[in-house]
Design a protein around this ligand. Structure first.
Ligand SMILES: [Mg+2]
Length: 373
């Protein structure tokens, strides 16, 4: 595998519906797409990170700098026999997982296209479809909130996740149970609670949820462990599941029972698969969380979610059932049917990219060649 040239595109995509979590509302998504060229093939990568560091410490700006100034100069124009060899190149670079994941993704796509195999096959996943759930933002209007969930259920979604924060937890959970009975329900706090909230969090047990996701600060294990000992609802780590050592610590310390893998946050598909393999061997259920980006990252995340440890595969449904705008990877390629999304079967990411629309959405671009680095 040898990449000859890579374009960085800073993309701005409007959202049809603002998405509110405990950290704030998102009305548009900015992220970085990589378009690489290798011996007549076009390959893609994506860092589905934000313009501001509210979910993670990385931003569009930091990944741009890291990819253009550090990572691509290390790999462009060089031949690699495997993804492991690519990743070994930046073994000494600390952090910057979203940037590494985006560059690594170029090589997964390239490996698949050179071999004529989809990424799902390269990862060892199986199945033609994967079940998706939805994630519902913090509501300002209870009627609209309930209507939003009703719409998802009517479209066949069977697993509903809501975002919660102090002051928005009992009320929406009670509303859902009153309106929809014993549907499969989970809540995600994005680390909005503090140790002083442990008593209150334990009281959420009465809503009989599938899981409570990342209630406490990302790197807290002590109070997650305490909460886990006082609640029957399984705890899931998301922001805290930063890498394999952290997952090993959390599981061994009884601070969580479920792990949410975000491909970018853990540094790419290779690291995601390592975490999967460890958790699967320990019978720790997984799911693959979504950060809104494009169909480029969605395609490989859905493929990853077909590995056997992903018991609650993914929450990609919100993008597939809600009308968002500016899809430069047309979402009909995922053919959602009764909450099951089709896994792309073409080589590499397996989906077609509308490069014209991608170019139109780019607010900044840069071309990196071996001679220019
Ligand atoms: Mg989460």
């Amino acid at each position: 595998m040898k990449l000859e040239q890579v374009e960085l595109l800073h993309v701005r995509r409007r959202l049809a519906h603002p998405f509110r979590i405990s950290l704030g509302a998102i009305t548009a998504r900015e992220f970085v797409v990589l378009r690489g060229h290798a011996d007549g093939l076009t390959v893609y990568g994506e860092a589905n990170i934000d313009a501001r560091p509210f979910y993670a410490s990385e931003t569009v700006g930091t990944v741009w700098e890291m990819i253009s100034e550090v990572l691509l100069p290390m790999v462009l124009g060089k031949s690699f026999d495997s993804i492991e060899d690519v990743c070994q190149t930046w073994h000494s670079i600390r952090g910057h997982e979203y940037a590494k994941a985006a560059v690594e993704h170029l090589y997964w796509d390239l490996l698949g296209k050179e071999r004529g195999e989809p990424i799902q096959q390269l990862l060892g996943g199986q199945g033609e479809t994967v079940e998706v759930g939805t994630s519902h933002s913090i509501g300002s209007n209870p009627q609209e909130f309930i209507a939003d969930i009703k719409s998802a259920l009517e479209q066949g979604i069977r697993r509903i996740k809501i975002k919660v924060q102090p002051g928005w937890d009992d009320q929406p959970l009670k509303l859902i149970r009153e309106h929809f009975g014993d549907i499969t329900l989970m809540a995600d706090a994005n680390a909005a609670y503090l140790p002083e909230h442990v008593d209150h969090l334990a009281s959420l047990d009465r809503f009989d949820m599938l899981m409570l996701e990342q209630p406490l600060p990302p790197f807290d294990l002590v109070y997650h462990k305490e909460l886990a000992s006082r609640i029957k609802t399984p705890l899931c780590l998301d922001e805290g599941a930063h890498d394999l050592p952290m997952v090993e610590n959390a599981v061994t310390f009884d601070a969580c029972q479920i792990v949410n893998i975000k491909v970018g946050r853990v540094g790419g598909l290779s690291q995601a698969k390592l975490i999967h393999d460890w958790c699967h061997a320990k019978q720790i259920p997984l799911w693959c969380g979504r950060r809104t980006g494009s169909g480029i990252s969605m395609a490989s995340e859905l493929a990853l979610a077909t590995l056997p440890g992903f018991k609650f595969p993914t929450d990609h449904g919100i993008e597939l059932i809600q009308e968002t705008m500016d899809h430069f990877v047309p979402i009909d390629q995922f053919e959602l049917s009764d909450a099951f999304a089709r896994i792309p079967t073409g080589p590499g990411i397996g989906v077609e990219v509308d490069d014209t629309m991608l170019d139109e959405l780019a607010v900044r671009r840069m071309v990196i060649k071996p001679s220019s680095v």
